[in-house]
Design a protein around this ligand. Structure first.
Ligand code: NAD
Length: 252
């Protein structure tokens, strides 16, 4: 897989899977745009870890449609074109139906859908227009095992990721005639701040027992799957969902 001089935008790349993905793309010659919402210090840390030059920081809250549009405008101004969009940014809010009040329930749904699903739809809309003019491109969406598993206290998260899978498959068909390839990587639990912040010790033990590897994924293991779907070699894999979950489906 060669990404020499490819222009790659990764949302939520200040830490975790986004950071590992930025490092992996840069190591293959790409110019990487690191989108982040806050924590400039973390985003600068990602930037400092990238090999090569020509990378950039793009501070925009992609859950707001105006900022999503401004992000792409800024990226195109800097790089002239976009070859790969990775919709990686995501939030995971627990909202236990029996415990939260109605306001917290509704705001968890709104925030989760805006960040995990609507942002990817809005960015894809704008980016697809640039890619159509340029003659093609790749969009990779980072979903989750949670889309398939019915996590009891994260219904909005699961719904947002299931929606992201459906969005990806619609776009894979719609955009195929333009040589725009759309794929999904669905990680299981991955060693990032999100997993640390979300899991209780008991949940962590249960999760470790579900996979025969008895460990979480490393962020770079997810990044490698993202790079594959963003590569020219993956054209015929458009529309597919790659699970990176340590065979955890295979045991009950
Ligand atoms: P993380 O919390 O470490 O990183 C998420 C990134 O998204 C952060 O950089 C954050 O600042 C950014 N972000 C959040 N809201 C944003 C917004 N409105 N605008 C711009 N950036 C925003 O999480 P992670 O574990 O690296 O997760 C990356 C992706 O992988 C997410 O979509 C997540 O749902 C998915 N995922 C993670 C796991 C896991 O176990 N870690 C499992 C399955 C799927």
């Amino acid at each position: 897989m060669d990404f020499k001089n490819k222009r790659v935008l990764i949302t939520g790349a200040s830490r975790g899977i986004g950071r590992a993905t930025a490092i992996a793309f840069a190591s293959k010659g790409a110019k990487v745009g690191i989108n982040f919402k806050s924590r400039t210090d973390e985003a600068e840390k990602t930037l400092a870890e990238l090999s090569g030059d020509g990378h950039g920081l793009f501070q925009y809250d992609i859950s707001k449609k105006e900022e999503a549009a401004a992000l792409i405008g800024d990226f195109i101004n800097k790089y002239d074109r976009i070859d790969v969009l990775v919709n990686n940014a995501g939030i995971a809010i627990s909202h236990n139906l029996e415990e939260v009040n109605f306001d917290d329930w509704t705001s968890a749904w709104e925030n989760t859908l805006k960040t995990n699903l609507f942002a990817a739809a809005n960015l894809s809309y704008i980016v697809a227009r640039h890619m159509i003019k340029a003659g093609g491109g790749h969009i990779v969406n980072v979903s989750s095992r949670g889309a398939f598993r019915g996590e009891p206290d994260q219904p909005a998260y699961g719904a947002s990721k299931a929606g992201l899978n459906a969005l990806s498959q619609s776009l894979a068909k719609k955009l195929a005639p333009h040589k725009i390839y759309v794929g999904v990587v669905a990680p299981g639990f991955t060693e990032t701040d999100m997993a640390t912040e979300t899991l209780t010790p008991d949940e962590r033990e249960t999760m470790l027992n579900e996979t025969p590897f008895h460990r979480m994924a490393k962020p770079k293991e997810v990044a490698h799957a993202i790079l594959f779907l963003a590569s020219d070699e993956a054209a015929y894999s458009s529309g597919s969902i790659i699970d990176v979950n340590g065979a955890s489906y295979l045991r009950s």
